[in-house]
Design a protein around this ligand. Structure first.
Ligand code: HEM
Length: 511
């Protein structure tokens, strides 16, 4: 390996020659592999980088949507040395996530999975194997069961109240507050407390810092796509991520040691956190427990908070829709009490607003990549084994062949409609579908509408002075999740009489 590094770092000429050689080999390999077979169509590729330029400039989910418009709903792209198929229609998604789900339910490996996620011993990056089946079953039945989600109801309420208190204190002092930061802080605290109930420990601060570092770290690592660059870590990104990982594993070691010393048998079901549950199953090694929890932190935190920010963005851009939602809440709840989770099922328009937000702004725009475990055919095209499959969930939700006025934010399209966002209807798949469907969906479908309802019912929301609804943009930034590019700074104040909040247990310092 050192020899290889020496060759690569020895001079740019040798390095370039090595890259060209690898490229030619790959081309020959691909051609031989595809002799007599029908590959999905795709745009012409460039030497060495293939179609990488389409992802580097502009937003990947937009670029891939444009490619699909020209080449069809299943296209072949080469990202450096990585071959991938991109799926961009509900029919193709059904084929991959339902009909042939057993073939496409795996995940690709890579340098980050190897080094940070310790060879995929958690859930998100686990290949489709026995560990995956066991981990997924326990996560679904033990961590995200209806009963368990319900057991954290008071915690969710408490966290939302904490957010409202901060927002009102800032609002009272006429300070504008960045909604994404406010929501991010709430969901980080909520997730870490569901997982470890750490608030009483000094370790909580360290954990929050690590989680913050993880969620704000760039996860795009160029070396994943160019095998020759892997040993170099030119961007330093793998090293950075690995360092954060090491801090996490070290901290978790001491948290687990402490926990094992405590007598957890005395805890009732409602007092248990996710760590208690995973340790009690004794089905997983220590590293596996640490990785399962890390997965939930990384994919379960910002997905919900960013969805709330998109919902408020669209409501501010459409005052008539905001008004209709507020009227629904005022009619159903009144102005004498705050919304509770038990109200959510009766708030039809609120549910429609959430669905429409998830259709237009699926924060996991390209999902999590799937991976074929055997060669197969999709729509008459040959897909080899070990091919990465990306689902453009963003473009599927905006498909003009399926959706009327697809770019219009119009929650009423979900009223009296049988189409839901839970993975049974392939026209809108914000949580994916099939064996890899998001296991946190039911939790997200409580916490997102609950927080949205509180913001709209319990707060007046004002834009900075001089701005109107026409100034609220929907510019995106692509990262782990697709977020607003520009901050949404808002003034949040109480909308209901003070005693309503006090009666609900929400105290302020300024009254
Ligand atoms: C609005 C909120 C959320 C959205 C839009 C969302 C979306 C997604 C999507 C698209 C996937 C990939 C599905 C696939 O591979 O086909 C996924 C996977 C996953 N999500 Fe979520 N998610 C959300 C919230 C959550 C929450 C709150 C949690 C946990 C607390 C969570 C945990 C996971 C996990 C563990 C996976 C990996 C599943 C696997 O590989 O088998 N998600 N999510």
């Amino acid at each position: 390996m050192e020899d290889l590094i020496a060759v690569l770092t020895g001079g740019s000429v040798q390095f370039l020659a090595a890259l060209v050689f690898l490229y030619v080999l790959l081309k020959i390999f691909n051609r031989v592999r595809y002799t007599g077979r029908k590959r999905p169509p795709g745009p012409p590729s460039l030497p060495l980088i293939g179609h990488f330029h389409h992802l580097l400039f502009g937003m990947p989910h937009h670029s891939l949507a444009k490619i699909a418009e020209k080449y069809g709903s299943i296209v072949w792209v080469e990202l450096g040395a990585v071959n991938a198929v991109v799926v961009t229609s509900s029919d193709m998604a059904r084929e991959v996530l339902k009909t042939q789900d057993h073939i496409f339910a795996s995940r690709p490996s890579g340098i980050v999975v190897e080094k940070v996620f310790k060879k995929a011993q958690g859930l998100v990056w686990s290949p489709f194997n026995d560990h995956f089946r066991l981990a997924r079953k326990i996560i679904l039945t033990e961590l995200f069961s209806e009963k368990r989600i319900d057991s954290f109801k008071d915690l969710r309420r408490q966290m939302t109240f904490r957010t409202l208190r901060t927002a009102f204190e800032e609002g009272h002092a006429k300070h504008y507050i960045n909604l994404a930061d406010l929501m991010h802080n709430q969901f980080i605290s909520l997730t870490t407390r569901m997982l470890f109930q750490l608030d009483r420990h000094a370790q909580n601060k360290d954990l929050l810092e690590i989680v913050d570092d993880f969620t704000s770290a760039g996860w795009f690592v160029i070396e994943e796509f160019f095998p020759l660059l892997k040993p170099l870590d030119l961007s330093g990104q793998v090293r950075r991520l690995k360092n954060i990982g090491e801090r996490y594993f070290e901290l978790l070691d001491s948290i687990i040691d402490n926990r094992l010393k405590e007598n957890s048998n005395s805890k009732s079901n409602t007092e248990e956190d996710f760590l208690d549950v995973l340790l009690a199953t004794s089905k997983f090694s220590r590293v596996q427990v640490q990785l399962l929890l890390l997965d939930i932190i990384i994919v379960g935190t910002d997905t919900s908070s960013d969805t709330i920010v998109w919902a408020i963005t669209e409501l501010l851009r459409h005052p008539n829709i905001m008004e209709r939602l507020q009227s629904e809440l005022d009619d159903a709840i009144g102005k004498e009490r705050l919304v509770e989770e038990a109200d959510l099922n009766n708030l039809e328009y609120l549910q429609a607003v959430v669905k429409e937000t998830l259709r237009l702004h699926p924060v996991a725009a390209l999902g999590v990549p799937h991976y074929s475990t055997e060669a197969t055919k999709v729509a008459g095209y040959d897909i080899p084994a070990n091919t990465r499959v990306m689902l453009n969930l963003y473009a599927i939700g905006r498909d003009p062949k399926v959706w009327e006025n697809p770019l219009k934010f119009d929650p009423s399209r979900f009223l009296n409609s049988s189409i839901d966002v839970k993975g049974q209807h392939y026209e809108v798949l914000p949580f994916g579908s099939g064996r890899r469907k998001c296991p946190g969906m039911n939790l997200a479908l409580v916490s997102v509408p609950y927080n949205l309802a509180q913001l709209v019912h319990a707060c007046t929301i004002s834009l900075p002075k001089g701005l109107t609804h026409l100034d609220v943009d929907v510019e995106e930034k692509f990262g782990m999740t697709v977020v607003r590019r520009n901050p949404l700074n808002l003034l949040l104040k109480r909308r209901l009489p003070s005693e309503v909040y006090r009666r609900a247990g929400l105290q302020f310092s300024d009254v």
